[in-house]
Write a protein that binds this ligand. Structure first.
Ligand code: FAD
Ligand code: SIN
Length: 556
Protein backbone atom coordinates (compact mmCIF):
# COMPACT_ATOMS: atom_id res chain seq x y z
CA UNK A 1 0.00 0.00 0.00
CA UNK A 2 1.13 3.56 -0.71
CA UNK A 3 -0.15 6.47 1.29
CA UNK A 4 0.77 9.76 -0.33
CA UNK A 5 -0.73 13.21 -0.32
CA UNK A 6 -2.70 13.75 -3.51
CA UNK A 7 -1.55 16.26 -6.12
CA UNK A 8 -4.12 18.99 -6.76
CA UNK A 9 -4.72 18.06 -10.39
CA UNK A 10 -3.46 15.10 -12.43
CA UNK A 11 -3.76 15.77 -16.18
CA UNK A 12 -3.42 12.74 -18.44
CA UNK A 13 -2.49 13.97 -21.92
CA UNK A 14 -0.61 16.94 -23.30
CA UNK A 15 -2.38 17.87 -26.52
CA UNK A 16 -4.09 21.23 -26.82
CA UNK A 17 -6.75 20.16 -24.29
CA UNK A 18 -4.27 18.94 -21.65
CA UNK A 19 -1.68 21.70 -22.07
CA UNK A 20 -4.34 24.42 -22.17
CA UNK A 21 -5.96 23.18 -18.96
CA UNK A 22 -2.62 22.64 -17.20
CA UNK A 23 -1.48 26.15 -17.93
CA UNK A 24 -4.71 27.77 -16.81
CA UNK A 25 -4.84 25.77 -13.55
CA UNK A 26 -1.14 26.45 -12.84
CA UNK A 27 -1.62 30.15 -13.57
CA UNK A 28 -4.43 30.11 -11.00
CA UNK A 29 -1.93 28.92 -8.38
CA UNK A 30 -2.72 25.20 -8.25
CA UNK A 31 -0.22 22.37 -8.54
CA UNK A 32 -0.55 20.14 -11.60
CA UNK A 33 1.14 16.92 -12.66
CA UNK A 34 0.84 16.35 -16.42
CA UNK A 35 1.55 12.99 -18.09
CA UNK A 36 2.27 12.14 -21.70
CA UNK A 37 2.92 8.65 -22.93
CA UNK A 38 5.66 9.81 -25.29
CA UNK A 39 7.38 13.15 -25.64
CA UNK A 40 5.29 15.91 -24.18
CA UNK A 41 3.74 17.28 -27.37
CA UNK A 42 3.42 14.06 -29.40
CA UNK A 43 -0.29 13.70 -30.23
CA UNK A 44 -2.84 14.80 -32.83
CA UNK A 45 -2.72 18.45 -31.76
CA UNK A 46 0.89 18.72 -32.90
CA UNK A 47 -0.05 17.69 -36.45
CA UNK A 48 -3.12 19.90 -36.83
CA UNK A 49 -2.88 21.73 -40.11
CA UNK A 50 -5.95 23.69 -41.22
CA UNK A 51 -6.53 25.72 -38.07
CA UNK A 52 -9.13 26.73 -35.51
CA UNK A 53 -12.67 27.78 -36.46
CA UNK A 54 -13.76 31.03 -34.78
CA UNK A 55 -15.89 33.98 -35.80
CA UNK A 56 -13.75 36.97 -36.76
CA UNK A 57 -14.59 37.87 -40.36
CA UNK A 58 -16.60 41.00 -41.12
CA UNK A 59 -19.08 38.88 -43.07
CA UNK A 60 -19.29 36.16 -40.45
CA UNK A 61 -21.54 35.74 -37.40
CA UNK A 62 -22.01 33.37 -34.46
CA UNK A 63 -25.36 32.43 -35.99
CA UNK A 64 -23.64 31.31 -39.23
CA UNK A 65 -20.96 29.26 -37.42
CA UNK A 66 -23.64 27.67 -35.22
CA UNK A 67 -25.77 26.84 -38.25
CA UNK A 68 -22.85 25.29 -40.18
CA UNK A 69 -21.98 23.15 -37.15
CA UNK A 70 -25.59 22.00 -36.77
CA UNK A 71 -25.90 21.24 -40.49
CA UNK A 72 -22.73 19.12 -40.50
CA UNK A 73 -23.90 17.36 -37.30
CA UNK A 74 -27.00 16.05 -39.13
CA UNK A 75 -29.53 16.55 -36.33
CA UNK A 76 -27.48 15.19 -33.45
CA UNK A 77 -25.56 18.24 -32.17
CA UNK A 78 -26.61 19.47 -28.75
CA UNK A 79 -27.59 23.06 -29.52
CA UNK A 80 -26.57 24.29 -26.07
CA UNK A 81 -23.05 22.90 -26.54
CA UNK A 82 -22.76 24.34 -30.04
CA UNK A 83 -23.88 27.78 -28.92
CA UNK A 84 -21.56 27.83 -25.90
CA UNK A 85 -18.44 26.59 -27.68
CA UNK A 86 -18.87 28.73 -30.79
CA UNK A 87 -19.42 31.89 -28.74
CA UNK A 88 -16.32 31.24 -26.59
CA UNK A 89 -14.14 30.88 -29.74
CA UNK A 90 -12.85 34.42 -30.33
CA UNK A 91 -11.87 35.01 -26.68
CA UNK A 92 -10.01 31.73 -26.60
CA UNK A 93 -8.06 32.65 -29.74
CA UNK A 94 -7.18 35.93 -28.03
CA UNK A 95 -6.02 33.89 -25.00
CA UNK A 96 -3.70 31.87 -27.25
CA UNK A 97 -2.31 35.08 -28.73
CA UNK A 98 -1.73 36.41 -25.21
CA UNK A 99 0.32 33.25 -24.50
CA UNK A 100 2.46 34.05 -27.58
CA UNK A 101 0.91 32.07 -30.45
CA UNK A 102 1.25 33.84 -33.79
CA UNK A 103 -1.49 33.34 -36.35
CA UNK A 104 -1.28 34.38 -40.02
CA UNK A 105 -2.41 37.94 -40.62
CA UNK A 106 -3.21 40.04 -43.64
CA UNK A 107 -3.91 43.73 -44.09
CA UNK A 108 -7.60 44.61 -43.84
CA UNK A 109 -9.43 47.12 -46.00
CA UNK A 110 -8.61 49.89 -43.53
CA UNK A 111 -4.94 48.86 -43.40
CA UNK A 112 -5.30 47.25 -39.94
CA UNK A 113 -3.84 43.74 -39.60
CA UNK A 114 -6.58 41.08 -39.55
CA UNK A 115 -6.37 37.32 -39.33
CA UNK A 116 -5.95 35.53 -42.61
CA UNK A 117 -8.98 33.26 -42.52
CA UNK A 118 -8.97 30.10 -44.57
CA UNK A 119 -11.96 28.06 -45.65
CA UNK A 120 -12.80 24.38 -45.20
CA UNK A 121 -15.60 21.97 -46.11
CA UNK A 122 -19.02 22.65 -44.58
CA UNK A 123 -18.16 26.25 -43.62
CA UNK A 124 -20.29 28.87 -45.36
CA UNK A 125 -17.66 31.56 -44.67
CA UNK A 126 -13.90 31.96 -44.40
CA UNK A 127 -13.48 31.45 -40.65
CA UNK A 128 -10.44 29.31 -39.91
CA UNK A 129 -7.64 31.05 -38.02
CA UNK A 130 -4.30 29.37 -38.75
CA UNK A 131 -0.51 29.49 -38.57
CA UNK A 132 0.43 28.63 -42.15
CA UNK A 133 -0.41 24.92 -42.57
CA UNK A 134 1.08 23.92 -39.20
CA UNK A 135 -1.32 25.45 -36.69
CA UNK A 136 -0.89 22.59 -34.23
CA UNK A 137 2.86 23.02 -34.05
CA UNK A 138 2.57 26.76 -33.39
CA UNK A 139 0.08 26.19 -30.58
CA UNK A 140 1.75 23.15 -28.98
CA UNK A 141 5.27 24.60 -29.04
CA UNK A 142 4.15 27.83 -27.40
CA UNK A 143 2.11 26.15 -24.65
CA UNK A 144 4.79 23.49 -24.08
CA UNK A 145 7.42 26.12 -23.31
CA UNK A 146 5.11 27.85 -20.81
CA UNK A 147 4.06 24.61 -19.12
CA UNK A 148 7.66 23.38 -18.78
CA UNK A 149 8.75 26.70 -17.27
CA UNK A 150 5.88 26.98 -14.80
CA UNK A 151 6.88 26.30 -11.17
CA UNK A 152 3.45 24.78 -10.37
CA UNK A 153 3.77 22.08 -13.02
CA UNK A 154 5.47 18.67 -12.85
CA UNK A 155 5.93 17.11 -16.29
CA UNK A 156 6.14 13.32 -16.60
CA UNK A 157 6.97 12.20 -20.14
CA UNK A 158 7.04 8.53 -21.20
CA UNK A 159 4.46 7.80 -18.52
CA UNK A 160 1.34 5.96 -19.60
CA UNK A 161 -1.78 5.86 -17.44
CA UNK A 162 -3.01 2.29 -17.13
CA UNK A 163 -6.26 2.62 -15.20
CA UNK A 164 -8.18 4.99 -13.00
CA UNK A 165 -8.43 4.35 -9.26
CA UNK A 166 -12.03 4.44 -8.10
CA UNK A 167 -13.07 4.78 -4.47
CA UNK A 168 -15.45 1.83 -4.98
CA UNK A 169 -12.44 -0.46 -5.54
CA UNK A 170 -11.02 0.60 -2.15
CA UNK A 171 -14.41 0.42 -0.43
CA UNK A 172 -13.95 4.14 0.29
CA UNK A 173 -16.76 6.71 0.39
CA UNK A 174 -18.34 7.97 -1.76
CA UNK A 175 -17.84 4.99 -4.11
CA UNK A 176 -18.41 7.05 -7.26
CA UNK A 177 -15.33 9.20 -6.61
CA UNK A 178 -12.11 8.98 -8.61
CA UNK A 179 -8.88 9.10 -6.62
CA UNK A 180 -6.16 9.17 -9.26
CA UNK A 181 -4.59 6.70 -11.65
CA UNK A 182 -2.10 3.85 -11.96
CA UNK A 183 0.76 4.96 -14.18
CA UNK A 184 3.49 2.96 -15.93
CA UNK A 185 6.86 4.68 -16.10
CA UNK A 186 7.95 3.40 -19.51
CA UNK A 187 11.63 3.91 -18.71
CA UNK A 188 11.79 1.89 -15.49
CA UNK A 189 8.83 -0.36 -16.44
CA UNK A 190 7.38 0.19 -13.01
CA UNK A 191 3.69 0.91 -12.25
CA UNK A 192 2.78 3.22 -9.36
CA UNK A 193 -0.39 4.91 -8.19
CA UNK A 194 -0.65 8.71 -8.43
CA UNK A 195 -3.23 10.11 -6.02
CA UNK A 196 -5.03 13.28 -7.12
CA UNK A 197 -7.81 15.49 -5.81
CA UNK A 198 -8.97 15.92 -9.39
CA UNK A 199 -8.02 13.85 -12.46
CA UNK A 200 -8.46 15.07 -16.04
CA UNK A 201 -8.47 12.76 -19.06
CA UNK A 202 -7.21 14.60 -22.15
CA UNK A 203 -5.95 11.56 -24.02
CA UNK A 204 -7.23 12.28 -27.55
CA UNK A 205 -9.13 10.00 -29.92
CA UNK A 206 -9.06 6.37 -31.01
CA UNK A 207 -8.35 6.50 -34.75
CA UNK A 208 -5.51 3.99 -34.39
CA UNK A 209 -8.20 1.34 -34.19
CA UNK A 210 -8.21 1.58 -38.00
CA UNK A 211 -5.48 0.31 -40.31
CA UNK A 212 -5.24 3.60 -42.21
CA UNK A 213 -5.32 6.79 -40.20
CA UNK A 214 -4.13 10.37 -40.28
CA UNK A 215 -3.38 10.14 -36.55
CA UNK A 216 -0.11 9.64 -34.71
CA UNK A 217 0.50 6.49 -32.65
CA UNK A 218 -0.84 8.08 -29.46
CA UNK A 219 -4.50 7.90 -30.59
CA UNK A 220 -5.40 4.58 -28.99
CA UNK A 221 -8.53 5.61 -27.10
CA UNK A 222 -6.89 5.14 -23.68
CA UNK A 223 -9.00 7.73 -21.84
CA UNK A 224 -12.27 6.45 -23.26
CA UNK A 225 -11.40 2.87 -22.32
CA UNK A 226 -10.20 3.83 -18.82
CA UNK A 227 -13.33 5.88 -18.12
CA UNK A 228 -15.59 3.10 -19.40
CA UNK A 229 -13.85 0.52 -17.22
CA UNK A 230 -14.23 2.89 -14.26
CA UNK A 231 -18.00 3.16 -14.79
CA UNK A 232 -18.54 6.24 -17.00
CA UNK A 233 -21.01 6.37 -19.86
CA UNK A 234 -19.76 6.91 -23.42
CA UNK A 235 -21.74 8.42 -26.27
CA UNK A 236 -21.98 8.29 -30.08
CA UNK A 237 -18.97 6.07 -30.70
CA UNK A 238 -20.30 4.99 -34.11
CA UNK A 239 -19.43 8.38 -35.58
CA UNK A 240 -15.86 7.90 -36.76
CA UNK A 241 -14.73 10.65 -39.10
CA UNK A 242 -12.67 9.69 -42.15
CA UNK A 243 -10.63 12.55 -43.57
CA UNK A 244 -11.04 12.51 -47.35
CA UNK A 245 -7.47 13.35 -48.29
CA UNK A 246 -4.43 11.59 -46.84
CA UNK A 247 -1.40 11.12 -49.06
CA UNK A 248 -1.43 7.78 -50.89
CA UNK A 249 2.18 6.64 -51.04
CA UNK A 250 3.77 3.34 -49.95
CA UNK A 251 6.20 5.13 -47.63
CA UNK A 252 3.93 7.83 -46.18
CA UNK A 253 2.58 6.59 -42.85
CA UNK A 254 -0.04 9.24 -42.15
CA UNK A 255 0.43 12.47 -44.06
CA UNK A 256 -2.71 14.58 -44.16
CA UNK A 257 -3.33 16.93 -47.07
CA UNK A 258 -5.30 19.67 -45.36
CA UNK A 259 -8.88 20.43 -46.24
CA UNK A 260 -7.66 24.02 -46.61
CA UNK A 261 -6.10 22.89 -49.93
CA UNK A 262 -9.64 22.35 -51.18
CA UNK A 263 -10.72 25.52 -49.38
CA UNK A 264 -8.20 27.46 -51.45
CA UNK A 265 -9.35 25.93 -54.75
CA UNK A 266 -7.98 22.36 -54.88
CA UNK A 267 -10.01 19.99 -57.09
CA UNK A 268 -10.58 16.27 -56.67
CA UNK A 269 -9.94 14.27 -59.83
CA UNK A 270 -10.21 10.70 -61.04
CA UNK A 271 -6.99 9.28 -62.53
CA UNK A 272 -8.18 10.32 -66.05
CA UNK A 273 -8.49 13.95 -64.87
CA UNK A 274 -12.31 14.02 -64.55
CA UNK A 275 -13.66 16.13 -61.68
CA UNK A 276 -16.34 14.15 -59.82
CA UNK A 277 -17.45 15.89 -56.64
CA UNK A 278 -20.22 17.92 -58.28
CA UNK A 279 -21.96 14.60 -59.14
CA UNK A 280 -22.21 13.93 -55.39
CA UNK A 281 -23.02 17.32 -53.85
CA UNK A 282 -23.74 20.82 -55.20
CA UNK A 283 -21.02 22.18 -52.86
CA UNK A 284 -18.49 20.07 -54.76
CA UNK A 285 -15.09 19.84 -53.06
CA UNK A 286 -16.38 21.93 -50.15
CA UNK A 287 -19.16 19.57 -49.12
CA UNK A 288 -18.81 18.28 -45.55
CA UNK A 289 -16.29 15.56 -44.84
CA UNK A 290 -18.66 12.60 -44.60
CA UNK A 291 -19.94 13.35 -48.10
CA UNK A 292 -16.51 13.89 -49.67
CA UNK A 293 -15.00 10.78 -48.03
CA UNK A 294 -17.97 8.65 -49.12
CA UNK A 295 -17.81 10.03 -52.66
CA UNK A 296 -14.11 9.15 -52.92
CA UNK A 297 -14.76 5.68 -51.48
CA UNK A 298 -17.58 5.19 -54.01
CA UNK A 299 -15.49 6.30 -57.00
CA UNK A 300 -12.51 4.16 -55.94
CA UNK A 301 -14.69 1.06 -55.50
CA UNK A 302 -16.72 1.71 -58.67
CA UNK A 303 -13.64 1.96 -60.87
CA UNK A 304 -11.27 -0.24 -58.84
CA UNK A 305 -8.82 2.65 -58.33
CA UNK A 306 -6.25 2.67 -55.52
CA UNK A 307 -6.63 6.43 -54.99
CA UNK A 308 -7.98 9.66 -56.45
CA UNK A 309 -6.06 12.94 -56.97
CA UNK A 310 -6.11 16.36 -55.38
CA UNK A 311 -4.98 19.08 -57.75
CA UNK A 312 -4.07 22.66 -56.87
CA UNK A 313 -1.38 23.04 -59.53
CA UNK A 314 -3.49 25.70 -61.32
CA UNK A 315 -2.48 28.13 -58.53
CA UNK A 316 0.90 29.83 -58.73
CA UNK A 317 3.93 28.17 -57.13
CA UNK A 318 4.27 31.20 -54.88
CA UNK A 319 0.67 30.87 -53.62
CA UNK A 320 1.14 27.16 -52.90
CA UNK A 321 4.49 27.49 -51.14
CA UNK A 322 3.25 30.45 -49.09
CA UNK A 323 -0.03 28.87 -48.00
CA UNK A 324 1.09 25.26 -47.66
CA UNK A 325 4.84 25.32 -47.02
CA UNK A 326 4.90 22.15 -44.89
CA UNK A 327 2.57 20.05 -46.99
CA UNK A 328 4.47 21.16 -50.10
CA UNK A 329 7.81 20.19 -48.51
CA UNK A 330 6.55 16.85 -47.18
CA UNK A 331 5.07 15.92 -50.58
CA UNK A 332 8.37 16.81 -52.26
CA UNK A 333 10.11 14.35 -49.90
CA UNK A 334 7.91 11.67 -51.50
CA UNK A 335 8.75 12.90 -55.01
CA UNK A 336 5.45 14.74 -55.55
CA UNK A 337 5.60 18.41 -56.56
CA UNK A 338 2.11 19.78 -55.86
CA UNK A 339 2.88 22.98 -57.80
CA UNK A 340 3.21 20.83 -60.94
CA UNK A 341 1.11 17.70 -60.45
CA UNK A 342 -1.95 16.35 -58.65
CA UNK A 343 -1.37 14.60 -55.32
CA UNK A 344 -2.60 10.98 -54.93
CA UNK A 345 -5.01 10.80 -51.95
CA UNK A 346 -7.23 8.34 -50.06
CA UNK A 347 -9.55 8.69 -47.05
CA UNK A 348 -8.29 7.58 -43.61
CA UNK A 349 -9.68 7.44 -40.06
CA UNK A 350 -9.21 10.90 -38.60
CA UNK A 351 -11.42 11.82 -35.67
CA UNK A 352 -13.48 10.16 -32.91
CA UNK A 353 -16.70 12.18 -32.59
CA UNK A 354 -17.94 10.08 -29.67
CA UNK A 355 -16.32 9.82 -26.27
CA UNK A 356 -16.80 10.01 -22.53
CA UNK A 357 -20.10 11.74 -21.77
CA UNK A 358 -19.44 15.11 -20.11
CA UNK A 359 -21.16 18.38 -19.39
CA UNK A 360 -19.82 21.70 -20.63
CA UNK A 361 -17.33 21.84 -17.74
CA UNK A 362 -15.90 18.47 -18.73
CA UNK A 363 -17.36 16.73 -15.65
CA UNK A 364 -18.01 13.02 -16.11
CA UNK A 365 -20.19 10.51 -14.26
CA UNK A 366 -17.47 10.08 -11.61
CA UNK A 367 -16.82 12.73 -8.99
CA UNK A 368 -13.46 14.48 -9.48
CA UNK A 369 -12.94 12.98 -12.93
CA UNK A 370 -13.06 15.29 -15.95
CA UNK A 371 -12.63 14.53 -19.64
CA UNK A 372 -11.85 17.16 -22.28
CA UNK A 373 -10.78 17.32 -25.92
CA UNK A 374 -11.20 14.49 -28.41
CA UNK A 375 -11.66 11.86 -25.68
CA UNK A 376 -14.74 13.67 -24.37
CA UNK A 377 -18.26 14.02 -25.75
CA UNK A 378 -19.96 17.37 -25.21
CA UNK A 379 -22.45 17.02 -28.07
CA UNK A 380 -20.73 19.71 -30.18
CA UNK A 381 -20.10 17.51 -33.21
CA UNK A 382 -23.29 15.47 -33.50
CA UNK A 383 -23.10 12.89 -36.27
CA UNK A 384 -20.22 14.63 -38.07
CA UNK A 385 -17.63 17.14 -36.91
CA UNK A 386 -17.26 20.35 -38.86
CA UNK A 387 -13.63 20.93 -39.90
CA UNK A 388 -11.50 22.88 -37.41
CA UNK A 389 -14.11 22.67 -34.66
CA UNK A 390 -12.00 20.18 -32.71
CA UNK A 391 -9.18 22.48 -31.65
CA UNK A 392 -11.89 24.98 -30.81
CA UNK A 393 -13.58 22.46 -28.49
CA UNK A 394 -10.20 21.56 -26.88
CA UNK A 395 -9.57 25.22 -26.11
CA UNK A 396 -13.02 26.07 -24.79
CA UNK A 397 -13.33 22.93 -22.63
CA UNK A 398 -9.82 23.49 -21.23
CA UNK A 399 -11.03 26.92 -20.19
CA UNK A 400 -14.37 25.87 -18.68
CA UNK A 401 -12.99 22.76 -16.94
CA UNK A 402 -10.07 24.69 -15.44
CA UNK A 403 -12.44 27.37 -14.14
CA UNK A 404 -14.67 24.69 -12.62
CA UNK A 405 -11.72 22.86 -11.05
CA UNK A 406 -10.16 26.00 -9.60
CA UNK A 407 -13.53 27.01 -8.15
CA UNK A 408 -14.16 23.60 -6.55
CA UNK A 409 -10.72 22.39 -5.58
CA UNK A 410 -10.76 23.65 -2.02
CA UNK A 411 -13.86 21.58 -1.38
CA UNK A 412 -12.23 18.43 -2.82
CA UNK A 413 -10.75 16.02 -0.35
CA UNK A 414 -6.99 16.06 0.19
CA UNK A 415 -7.22 12.95 2.33
CA UNK A 416 -4.36 10.52 1.71
CA UNK A 417 -5.86 7.11 0.95
CA UNK A 418 -3.98 3.85 1.18
CA UNK A 419 -3.62 3.03 -2.51
CA UNK A 420 -2.77 -0.62 -3.23
CA UNK A 421 0.44 -1.32 -5.13
CA UNK A 422 0.17 -2.73 -8.63
CA UNK A 423 0.83 -6.44 -8.68
CA UNK A 424 4.16 -6.68 -10.53
CA UNK A 425 4.80 -10.33 -9.81
CA UNK A 426 3.90 -11.40 -13.36
CA UNK A 427 6.58 -12.51 -15.78
CA UNK A 428 7.37 -11.41 -19.30
CA UNK A 429 6.75 -14.12 -21.85
CA UNK A 430 8.98 -13.81 -24.95
CA UNK A 431 6.11 -15.12 -27.12
CA UNK A 432 3.79 -12.46 -25.84
CA UNK A 433 5.16 -9.58 -27.91
CA UNK A 434 4.65 -11.24 -31.26
CA UNK A 435 1.06 -12.16 -30.36
CA UNK A 436 0.39 -8.60 -29.24
CA UNK A 437 1.62 -7.15 -32.53
CA UNK A 438 -0.30 -9.77 -34.51
CA UNK A 439 -3.47 -8.86 -32.60
CA UNK A 440 -2.90 -5.13 -33.21
CA UNK A 441 -2.70 -5.81 -36.93
CA UNK A 442 -5.74 -8.10 -36.94
CA UNK A 443 -7.88 -5.64 -35.01
CA UNK A 444 -6.99 -2.64 -37.16
CA UNK A 445 -7.57 -4.56 -40.39
CA UNK A 446 -10.94 -5.89 -39.20
CA UNK A 447 -12.04 -2.39 -38.21
CA UNK A 448 -10.94 -1.04 -41.60
CA UNK A 449 -12.61 -3.83 -43.59
CA UNK A 450 -15.85 -4.20 -41.61
CA UNK A 451 -16.47 -0.96 -39.69
CA UNK A 452 -15.32 1.60 -42.27
CA UNK A 453 -16.91 4.32 -44.38
CA UNK A 454 -19.72 2.05 -45.67
CA UNK A 455 -21.14 -0.48 -43.22
CA UNK A 456 -23.65 -3.34 -43.10
CA UNK A 457 -24.99 -5.26 -40.12
CA UNK A 458 -23.34 -8.41 -41.46
CA UNK A 459 -19.91 -6.77 -41.61
CA UNK A 460 -20.38 -5.23 -38.17
CA UNK A 461 -21.26 -8.62 -36.66
CA UNK A 462 -18.23 -10.14 -38.32
CA UNK A 463 -16.07 -7.48 -36.65
CA UNK A 464 -17.85 -8.09 -33.35
CA UNK A 465 -16.98 -11.80 -33.39
CA UNK A 466 -13.31 -11.08 -34.08
CA UNK A 467 -13.19 -8.44 -31.37
CA UNK A 468 -14.71 -10.88 -28.85
CA UNK A 469 -11.93 -13.40 -29.57
CA UNK A 470 -9.27 -10.73 -29.25
CA UNK A 471 -10.80 -9.58 -25.95
CA UNK A 472 -10.46 -13.08 -24.59
CA UNK A 473 -6.80 -13.39 -25.57
CA UNK A 474 -5.95 -9.98 -24.21
CA UNK A 475 -7.66 -10.66 -20.90
CA UNK A 476 -5.48 -13.73 -20.61
CA UNK A 477 -2.23 -11.82 -21.36
CA UNK A 478 -3.22 -9.01 -19.14
CA UNK A 479 -3.73 -11.17 -16.09
CA UNK A 480 -0.70 -13.40 -16.64
CA UNK A 481 2.11 -11.27 -18.03
CA UNK A 482 3.95 -8.12 -17.16
CA UNK A 483 2.30 -5.16 -18.86
CA UNK A 484 4.00 -2.80 -21.29
CA UNK A 485 2.71 0.10 -23.37
CA UNK A 486 1.86 -2.09 -26.41
CA UNK A 487 -0.31 -4.36 -24.33
CA UNK A 488 -1.97 -1.44 -22.54
CA UNK A 489 -2.78 0.25 -25.84
CA UNK A 490 -4.00 -2.93 -27.51
CA UNK A 491 -6.29 -3.61 -24.54
CA UNK A 492 -7.72 -0.09 -24.88
CA UNK A 493 -8.06 -0.26 -28.67
CA UNK A 494 -9.97 -3.53 -28.49
CA UNK A 495 -12.26 -2.09 -25.82
CA UNK A 496 -12.95 1.07 -27.82
CA UNK A 497 -13.47 -0.93 -31.02
CA UNK A 498 -16.07 -3.00 -29.19
CA UNK A 499 -17.85 0.23 -28.19
CA UNK A 500 -17.73 1.53 -31.79
CA UNK A 501 -19.22 -1.68 -33.18
CA UNK A 502 -21.87 -1.94 -30.46
CA UNK A 503 -22.93 1.67 -31.11
CA UNK A 504 -22.93 1.17 -34.89
CA UNK A 505 -25.10 -1.96 -34.58
CA UNK A 506 -27.61 -0.11 -32.44
CA UNK A 507 -28.13 2.70 -34.97
CA UNK A 508 -30.70 1.46 -37.46
CA UNK A 509 -30.35 4.33 -39.91
CA UNK A 510 -27.71 6.24 -41.88
CA UNK A 511 -26.85 9.61 -40.42
CA UNK A 512 -23.77 11.77 -40.79
CA UNK A 513 -20.65 9.62 -40.58
CA UNK A 514 -22.56 6.40 -39.94
CA UNK A 515 -23.59 5.05 -43.34
CA UNK A 516 -25.05 1.56 -43.63
CA UNK A 517 -26.35 -0.16 -46.76
CA UNK A 518 -28.99 -1.91 -44.62
CA UNK A 519 -30.66 1.38 -43.62
CA UNK A 520 -29.46 3.91 -46.20
CA UNK A 521 -31.75 6.76 -45.05
CA UNK A 522 -31.90 8.75 -41.83
CA UNK A 523 -34.75 7.74 -39.55
CA UNK A 524 -37.77 9.99 -40.09
CA UNK A 525 -37.88 11.79 -36.77
CA UNK A 526 -37.46 15.33 -35.58
CA UNK A 527 -35.70 14.06 -32.42
CA UNK A 528 -32.86 11.73 -33.37
CA UNK A 529 -31.17 10.17 -30.34
CA UNK A 530 -27.57 9.85 -29.27
CA UNK A 531 -26.25 6.35 -28.68
CA UNK A 532 -25.37 6.34 -25.00
CA UNK A 533 -23.73 3.19 -23.67
CA UNK A 534 -23.97 2.51 -19.96
CA UNK A 535 -21.36 0.26 -18.32
CA UNK A 536 -22.48 -2.49 -15.94
CA UNK A 537 -20.56 -0.81 -13.10
CA UNK A 538 -22.23 2.57 -13.67
CA UNK A 539 -22.49 4.09 -10.24
CA UNK A 540 -24.22 7.40 -10.68
CA UNK A 541 -24.21 10.57 -12.67
CA UNK A 542 -22.59 13.80 -11.53
CA UNK A 543 -23.38 15.63 -14.71
CA UNK A 544 -25.55 18.62 -15.25
CA UNK A 545 -29.11 17.18 -15.18
CA UNK A 546 -29.77 18.62 -18.65
CA UNK A 547 -27.20 16.21 -19.94
CA UNK A 548 -28.56 13.14 -18.22
CA UNK A 549 -32.18 13.45 -19.24
CA UNK A 550 -31.44 12.22 -22.75
CA UNK A 551 -32.59 8.78 -23.79
CA UNK A 552 -30.00 6.13 -23.07
CA UNK A 553 -29.24 2.88 -24.82
CA UNK A 554 -28.24 0.45 -22.15
CA UNK A 555 -25.36 -1.91 -22.69
CA UNK A 556 -24.45 -4.92 -20.65
P1 FAD B 1 -4.16 14.91 -28.56
O1 FAD B 1 -3.61 16.14 -29.15
O2 FAD B 1 -4.26 13.72 -29.44
O3 FAD B 1 -3.23 14.56 -27.30
C1 FAD B 1 -3.40 13.37 -26.58
C2 FAD B 1 -2.39 13.34 -25.47
O4 FAD B 1 -2.71 12.30 -24.56
C3 FAD B 1 -0.96 13.06 -25.91
O5 FAD B 1 -0.10 13.86 -25.15
C4 FAD B 1 -0.75 11.59 -25.51
O6 FAD B 1 0.59 11.26 -25.20
C5 FAD B 1 -1.57 11.53 -24.26
N1 FAD B 1 -2.03 10.21 -23.86
C6 FAD B 1 -2.92 9.41 -24.51
N2 FAD B 1 -3.12 8.29 -23.78
C7 FAD B 1 -2.37 8.40 -22.66
C8 FAD B 1 -2.14 7.57 -21.53
N3 FAD B 1 -2.74 6.38 -21.39
N4 FAD B 1 -1.27 8.00 -20.58
C9 FAD B 1 -0.63 9.18 -20.70
N5 FAD B 1 -0.81 10.01 -21.75
C10 FAD B 1 -1.67 9.62 -22.71
N6 FAD B 1 -8.61 19.71 -35.72
C11 FAD B 1 -8.89 21.02 -35.93
O7 FAD B 1 -9.76 21.59 -35.26
N7 FAD B 1 -8.18 21.72 -36.86
C12 FAD B 1 -7.19 21.16 -37.61
O8 FAD B 1 -6.57 21.82 -38.42
C13 FAD B 1 -6.92 19.78 -37.42
N8 FAD B 1 -5.97 19.14 -38.17
C14 FAD B 1 -5.65 17.86 -37.88
C15 FAD B 1 -4.62 17.24 -38.58
C16 FAD B 1 -4.21 15.95 -38.25
C17 FAD B 1 -3.09 15.31 -39.01
C18 FAD B 1 -4.88 15.26 -37.22
C19 FAD B 1 -4.46 13.88 -36.83
C20 FAD B 1 -5.93 15.85 -36.54
C21 FAD B 1 -6.32 17.15 -36.87
N9 FAD B 1 -7.37 17.77 -36.19
C22 FAD B 1 -7.64 19.09 -36.43
C23 FAD B 1 -8.01 17.13 -35.06
C24 FAD B 1 -7.35 17.66 -33.77
O9 FAD B 1 -5.98 17.85 -34.02
C25 FAD B 1 -7.51 16.73 -32.60
O10 FAD B 1 -8.85 16.36 -32.46
C26 FAD B 1 -7.07 17.43 -31.32
O11 FAD B 1 -5.77 17.91 -31.48
C27 FAD B 1 -7.14 16.50 -30.13
O12 FAD B 1 -6.51 17.14 -29.06
P2 FAD B 1 -6.46 16.44 -27.65
O13 FAD B 1 -5.74 17.39 -26.76
O14 FAD B 1 -7.80 15.98 -27.26
O15 FAD B 1 -5.58 15.12 -27.90
C1 SIN C 1 -7.38 19.68 -42.08
O1 SIN C 1 -6.53 20.56 -42.06
O2 SIN C 1 -7.89 19.23 -43.10
C2 SIN C 1 -7.82 19.09 -40.79
C3 SIN C 1 -8.82 19.97 -40.18
C4 SIN C 1 -9.62 19.24 -39.15
O3 SIN C 1 -9.50 18.02 -38.97
O4 SIN C 1 -10.43 19.90 -38.51
Amino acid sequence: MTKSNPVDVLVIGAGLAGLGLTLRVAQAGRRVTILAKGQLTEGSSLYAQGGIAAVFGKHDSFAAHIQDTLTAGAGLCRPQAVEYIVRRGPENIEWLIAQGVEFDRQSGADGAPNFHLTREGGHSRRRVVHAQDATGQAVENTLEALVRAHPNVTVLENHIAVDLICASKLKADPPERNLGAYVLDMTSNHVSPIAARVTVLATGGASKSYLYTSNPDTSTGDGIAMAWRAGCRVADMEFVQFHPTCLYHPHAKSLLISEAVRGEGGKLLLPDGEQFMQHHDPRGELASRDIVARAIDYEMKRHGYDCVYLDISHKSSQFISEHFPNIYKRCLEFGIDMTEQPVPVVPAAHYTCGGVLTDLNGRTDLLDLYTIGESGFTGLHGANRLASNSLLECLVLAESASNDIVKRIDSRSDQAYELPHWDESQVTDPDEQVVVSHNWEELRRSMWDYVGIVRTDKRLRRAQRRIALLQEEIRDFYSNFKINNDLIELRNLVMVSELIVKSALSRKESRGLHYTLDYPQPEKTSHPQDTILVPTNFVGAHLNPLWTSEQQHSSA
